[in-house]
Ligand binder design. Structure first.
Ligand code: S3P
Length: 433
């Protein structure tokens, strides 16, 4: 698919973004491990989350659609069936890493694979702690790359594990394995990453405590199915927030967005750059903070983005690079080396494509340097990465001329309604196959 984006008048109106991707994955996986039915409202119908449902289905989990929500019939902590074929996580790192945590403790043999991108992404970070707990996992490149073969172990040992990187997927994999370990699993996180797993496990009745950087989970305690309402994805809202900020004359209200503090780095950084974002009607859905966001256009100035802010804003760096490109003054982003092992090398991808749009941008080993100014229209490529495709579309809305984004079908991964939603707010965007 090719996206054709033209600069236009301000974005105006009220909208909602699709359900949060991280929370959708977790609701399905934790629901599958619980007893009874879990009903999930506002589940993200993006291909990443559908991949999780497909894998769960192959493991014997019954999943039904009813009146726009999904019903997951839990199989309990040890009830998964051995699938007769390979499980495919597609492009989804969250599916593969969280599922590895679940499969580590099931007494079954499974093989997991993914698409070209996922088969190059580091899995050793999850495999190392799971093997310490007693699971047998082998894979390519010395047990670091998928396809991965897992022989689960129903008698996992609890461990005390200090996370070497601030990764929510690694933390979650260890906790999900810990659900079935005999004793207390402890995770120490020197830097806070998104905490949706901890919050959701508590809602499902797990015996989990968080004390500073220590997370403790008692194993072998059954979970109870729940009704989960998934908040709007702040990572999807980020494209609307940046576009409305940059396109003069904009005013949009985005309703029901998840504003978990481990995810709101985008709001903090944009406010530091001079954006106008009001957080209204705060409430809580299943232990997750939710609010409406009112965004008006504003002139931005460059900023320095580094240190412990990064885990709170990492997925939004491509679209922040676009904000920085349109801002006055320089922006420097550091401590973002993890972006090199996402769906693509996002530092290289965004630097190379924004350069085609006339932006002064330089790749650093662990970040980007961006000289603010003008953005020109150009023909660019998504590198098959949904967040690059959508960031480039936002660049197109505030460029001087038309922008064509090739290979943009990947936005199906997390935000299938992206072109329609922007069109409803008044943007000029066409999707062509
Ligand atoms: C995710 C965690 C993050 C994020 C990814 C989704 C999750 O990765 O980049 O898009 O749902 O747990 P890390 O595991 O590197 O924190």
């Amino acid at each position: 698919m090719q996206l054709c984006v033209s600069p236009g008048k301000g974005l105006t109106g009220t909208c909602r973004v699709p359900g949060d991707k991280s929370i959708s994955h977790r609701a399905a996986l934790i629901g599958a491990l619980a007893e009874g039915i879990t009903e999930i409202h506002n589940f993200l119908w993006g291909s990443d989350c559908l991949q999780t449902l497909q894998c769960l289905n192959a493991l014997g989990v019954e999943i039904e659609q009813k009146d726009g929500c999904i019903l997951v019939k839990g199989r309990g902590l040890e009830g998964f069936q051995e699938p007769s074929d390979i499980l495919n996580a597609g492009n989804s790192g969250t599916t593969m890493r969280l599922l590895l945590g679940v499969l580590a403790s099931q007494g079954i043999f499974t093989v997991l694979t993914g698409d070209d991108s996922l088969r190059q992404r580091p899995m050793g970070r999850v495999i190392t702690p799971l093997m310490m707990m007693g699971a047998q996992i082998s894979g390519r490149s010395g047990n670091k790359l998928a396809p991965l073969a897992v022989q689960g172990n129903p008698c996992l040992q609890p461990i005390e594990y200090r996370l070497p990187i601030p990764s929510a997927q690694v933390k979650s994999a260890v906790l999900l394995a810990g659900l079935n370990a005999s004793g207390v699993t402890t995770v120490i996180q020197p830097l806070q990453s998104r905490d949706h797993t901890e919050r959701m496990l508590k809602v499902f009745g797990a015996s989990l405590t968080v004390d500073g950087d220590l997370i403790r989970l008692e194993g072998k305690m059954p979970l109870q199915g729940q009704t989960v309402r998934v908040p709007g994805d702040i990572s999807a809202a980020a494209y609307l927030i940046v576009a409305a900020t940059l396109v003069p004359g904009s005013e949009i209200l985005i309703r029901d967005v998840g504003v978990n503090p481990t995810r709101t780095g985008i709001l903090d950084v944009l406010e530091m750059m001079g954006a106008s974002i009001q957080v209204q009607n705060k409430c809580s859905w299943n232990g997750e903070p939710v609010a409406d966001l009112l965004v008006r256009s504003a002139r931005l100035r460059g900023a320095v983005i580094k240190g412990k802010m990064l885990p709170r804003v990492l997925d939004e760096i491509p679209v922040l690079a676009v904000a920085a490109a349109a801002a006055q003054g320089e922006t420097e982003i550091s401590d973002a080396g993890e972006l090199r092992v996402k769906e693509t090398d996002r530092l290289r991808a965004i630097a190379s494509e924004l350069c085609k749009m006339g932006v002064l941008i330089k790749e650093k080993q662990d970040g980007l340097w961006i000289g603010g100014g003008q953005i020109l229209g150009a023909q660019v490529n998504s590198w098959g990465d949904h967040r690059i495709a959508m960031a480039l579309a936002v660049a197109g809305f505030c460029a001087m001329d038309e922008t064509l984004i090739d290979d943009a079908g990947c936005l199906e991964i997390s935000f299938p309604s992206f072109p329609y939603l922007f069109r409803e707010l008044g943007a000029f965007i066409e999707a062509e196959n």
